[in-house]
Ligand binder design. Structure first.
Ligand SMILES: NC(=O)c1ccc[n+]([C@@H]2O[C@H](COP(=O)([O-])OP(=O)(O)OC[C@H]3O[C@@H](n4cnc5c(N)ncnc54)[C@H](O)[C@@H]3O)[C@@H](O)[C@H]2O)c1
Length: 395
């Protein structure tokens, strides 16, 4: 099929490269000329495992085109336009639809009556309704195909999804999107637009809720002197609970969970629903980060360490995405002069002090499991240190 992917961020680029690997013709357009320039030189615009490999893949190379100009795209015979632009939160916690608005302005006169507009951005139908109203596009041409890939394992998630969700008011258009994924073996849920987006939003509320539960449980276990790993294993071995996604951490972050939880709360409020559990997920995460900061300060004082070193600046392993990174929050909460960040990929960031070697007399905190190469480097450095403590909170 002929596809146009709008937005070469984490979702658009990975999805488009995945589809081109399945032999679809994919034209990418993004207003960020720097990103497009890099892609035309086969340089990844961000870090994602295997991105380099797919950019240099022979099949992909034959099927893709990157542009920063909508007029350079061949719009004739485009079967599907995939909209993958960002949908951040406004200060009011409502979703910011301005990026979608601009995209709709660009495509309304370029798409033809048979083109399916496939919305991969996370946006709920009520918010999108206003965007559609102010454009010439019809509701029937829109298909909601929410994305569930995780940064750090994005290609593997693209080719092995737990489910593909297609929300639509038009059966033929839904089928067209289904055909896009014919090379992928997955359960497919055909549903209406509202349900499709609620699958996405409520999944993104449940997952951080689970992480926050584990983190609150960790506080209780630590304060009572229990063994964190054994206790959590003992809980998760109950099949109704499960061990997947049950890892304690200094806090969770990222580009999606914080904004999507805020949006679920905002949608609920607009419907005058009282949802105390979901409403407290963000608060729980903030409190956990504060608890963790105090936990570190206490160890530092008790054991007379001079420095606290946080290892890993991104919001989790195997990505360079800094959006809502718990490391940045923790750094700010701890900021008393002797707090540093150590990272192999990042050496600078506004108002953060980096170090290039681990110092003596330090409380060293690995924020998330690091990749083997970095881990080996750190182990070597640690061999030369005296008076230090190395914390991996999830162990
Ligand atoms: N990042 C994730 O892991 C993830 C996972 C699932 C779903 N999502 C959802 O997918 C959407 C995209 O997320 P992302 O992380 O890929 O965003 P991103 O910020 O990484 O990328 C968005 C891209 O869209 C481009 N863009 C903005 N306006 C444009 C326009 N008018 N025309 C062309 N390009 C434009 C930006 O320049 C940017 O490159 C969001 O709604 C997000 O909630 C993200």
């Amino acid at each position: 099929m002929n596809i146009v992917v709008i937005g070469v961020g984490y979702v658009g680029l990975i999805t488009g490269l995945g589809l081109s690997h399945l032999n679809h013709k994919v034209q990418f357009v993004d207003i960020d000329s720097e990103k497009i320039k890099k892609l035309n030189n086969k340089v990844p615009p961000f870090y994602e495992p295997k991105l380099d490999e797919y950019l240099n893949d022979e099949v992909v190379g034959k099927n893709v085109k990157f542009s920063d100009n909508y007029d350079e795209i061949f719009w004739d015979n485009v079967d599907v336009i995939m909209v993958c632009v960002q949908t951040p939160s406004l200060d009011t916690h409502e979703v910011d639809t301005s990026f979608l608005n601009k995209v709709f302005e660009e495509i309304q006169d370029r798409s033809n009556k048979d083109t399916v507009i496939c919305i991969k951005s996370t946006i709920h139908p009520e918010a999108l309704a206003d965007v559609i109203k102010s454009s010439k596009l019809s509701e029937e041409s829109l298909i909601f195909n929410p994305e569930f890939l995780r940064e750090g394992t994005a290609f593997s998630d693209f080719f092995n999804p737990d489910r593909i969700v297609i929300g639509s008011k038009d059966e033929l258009n839904a089928k067209k999107v289904y055909e896009l994924y014919s090379g992928i073996d997955s359960e497919v849920i055909f549903t209406d637009p509202v349900s499709s987006q609620l699958i996405k939003y409520l999944s993104n509320a449940y997952l951080p809720l689970r992480l926050s539960f584990v983190n609150e449980a960790s506080q209780i276990i630590k304060e009572l002197g229990g063994d964190l790993t054994q206790t959590l294993q003992g809980i998760g071995m109950d099949k109704r609970i499960g061990l997947e996604y049950f890892r304690p951490s200094p806090g969770w972050g990222g580009s999606c969970f914080p904004k999507d939880v805020a949006e679920v709360v905002s949608i609920s409020k607009s419907k005058e629903l009282d949802v105390p559990l979901i409403s407290s997920i963000l608060k729980s995460n903030n409190q956990h980060k504060s608890w963790f900061a105090k936990y570190l300060e206490k160890i530092k004082v008790e054991k007379n360490y001079i420095n606290i070193v946080l290892i890993g600046l991104a919001f989790k392993e195997n990505t360079d995405d800094l959006r809502h990174s718990p490391t940045i929050d923790l750094y700010n909460k701890l900021n008393n002069g002797n707090v540093f960040v150590y990272d192999e990929y990042f050496k600078s960031h506004e108002s953060i002090k980096f170090i290039s070697e681990l110092p003596n007399k330090s409380l060293i905190v690995e924020m998330y499991p690091l990749d083997k190469k970095f881990q080996t480097k750190i182990e070597k450095e640690i061999g030369n240190l005296n008076e230090y403590e190395y914390i991996k909170f999830w162990e």
